[in-house]
Design a protein around this ligand. Structure first.
Ligand code: FES
Ligand code: FES
Length: 163
């Protein structure tokens, strides 16, 4: 006999807005964000917690959305890269990544910036070492990391305004 999957209610806030949805129990948070909410910033790279392209912020912590079920975000406060700035008014981290050369192909960038944001939210004045640790779960195949760390450091020093 084939079992019908039953969707479950999911209520949370996404980028400051209340969202109510019905999700299947096996959906990952990343699938929910990308395929249901159509927020395409977070990427699926490895799908198994190794690359960081899917990083979003849930209840103040940088998390790999590919490793969580959507239902684990129930009642939570979720932020994705789409909630950070607008094309007209970029977030300081977005501006710094552009100006300091922390972006090349851009695949890693949304996850990298969300990891950096979570770091700066809990530690606004990190050392360079702490920045490296803060983004250590995020792989970048293009930049060599130095310019990414430079960008985060510049934001921590207030060079791009309050973060
Ligand atoms: Fe989630 Fe790689 S896609 S860590
Ligand atoms: Fe290409 Fe980081 S800019 S992977």
């Amino acid at each position: 006999m084939r079992r019908l999957k039953k969707k479950r209610p999911l209520a949370l806030t996404v980028n400051g807005e209340p969202v109510e949805w019905e999700v299947e129990p096996h959906w990952t948070l990343l699938r929910f964000i990308r395929d249901e909410l159509k927020l395409k910033g977070a990427k699926e790279g490895c799908g198994e917690g190794e690359c960081g392209t899917c990083v979003v912020i849930l209840d103040g912590r940088a998390v790999n959305a590919c490793l969580l079920l959507a239902l684990q975000a129930r009642g939570g406060e979720l932020w994705t890269i789409e909630g950070l700035g607008t094309p007209e008014r970029l977030h300081p981290l977005q501006q710094a990544f552009i100006e300091r050369g922390g972006i090349q192909c851009g695949i890693c960038t949304p996850g990298m910036i969300m990891a950096a944001k979570a770091l700066l939210d809990r530690n606004p004045t990190p050392t360079r070492e702490e920045i490296k640790v803060g983004i250590s779960g995020n792989l970048c195949r293009c930049t060599g990391y130095v310019k990414i760390v430079d960008a985060v450091e510049a934001v921590a020093h207030g060079e791009f305004g309050p973060s």
